[in-house]
Write a protein that binds this ligand. Sequence first.
Ligand SMILES: [Zn+2]
Length: 158
Amino acid sequence: MKFLADAMLGKLARWLRMLGHDVVYSVDFDDAELLELAKTEERVLLTRDLELYKRAIIKGLDAYYVEGKTGPEWLAEVAKRYSLQLEIDMDKSHCPICNTKLVAAPKEQLKNELEKNTYTYYDKFWKCPNCGQIYWQGAHWKQITATLSQVQQKRRCL
Ligand SMILES: [Zn+2]
């Protein structure tokens, strides 16, 4: 899905991108720009600003007012509202930093860009063709999947 996240929802934007969604996010947009972008690019506006949410609805835009306090709560709400899968498939992920779709990168091509241990212990890598960031399911991956299962539990309770 195509989303547009307001300036307060950076964490949510990164999660949604990893889950494979196209999410525009910048702290530089003002309310008028957000409404215009949601309209012209047909994006769902995600916001924690109730006034902005109401303005979007009056204009006939698809918008969701995010109420929770933490990143996982936000993701649980949005996943429930839009029936989103809560499993990451890196072949579909967008770069959490810049929203460009990641591409699988053959390990051999990354030899000079990775630390020796990372190169030794991991085999699958993805690279952002825009910002050059390299991703792999490293030590932090356990934390990511643990958070996603928390999010799944929260979603069931909503
Ligand atoms: Zn990137």
